[in-house]
Design a protein around this ligand. Structure first.
Ligand SMILES: [Zn+2]
Length: 157
């Protein structure tokens, strides 16, 4: 990056982050407002990287509710997505599609297949059952998954 690029980047107008409303943290209220209850959890805001402010052009680059842009991404991957690099954009599309598919599958298994959330969780955790010595990890995973499945069922009612 040249000196002028850097200078330009610095003087670009900053606005309060539209995802976390300037808090630097995304909470359940933000998540509900952006309709991402099935895709995000509260935590540091990945849109502004926790600073509470973003460059005013960011919204034309990455949508504020882009599901893939979470604090689980590395700083490098976040920047690639903001810079619209095709590999990062493809990863985001794939991730979004996988999330949507999972939600659709859970809704189908429950509303059409008439399975309860416990049974649906067992179905997704079948591969884990084979390693029974990890029983505690299994139970923990299952509890988390059942909670998630219940959220999907509630939302898709
Ligand atoms: Zn933010």
């Amino acid at each position: 990056m040249s000196f002028f690029d850097r200078l330009f980047r610095k003087i670009k107008p900053q606005i309060s982050c539209p995802r976390c409303l300037g808090k630097g943290q995304v909470d359940w209220e933000d998540i509900k407002r952006l309709n991402q209850e099935l895709k995000w959890r509260p935590g540091p805001c990945a849109y502004c990287a926790g600073s509470g402010e973003v460059d005013s052009e960011i919204e034309s680059k990455v949508s504020v509710d882009e599901p893939y842009l979470t604090s689980e991404l590395s700083a490098e991957e976040r920047q690639k997505l903001i810079d619209n690099e095709s590999e990062a954009v493809k990863k985001a599309q794939l991730y979004d599609a996988q999330m949507e598919n999972l939600i659709k599958q859970i809704a189908y298994l429950h509303f059409t297949g008439k399975l309860n959330s416990e049974t649906i969780a067992d179905f997704y955790l079948l591969p884990m059952l084979e390693t029974a010595h990890q029983h505690e990890a299994y139970l923990e995973e299952k509890e988390e998954l059942v909670n998630y499945i219940n959220k999907v069922i509630e939302k898709k009612k």
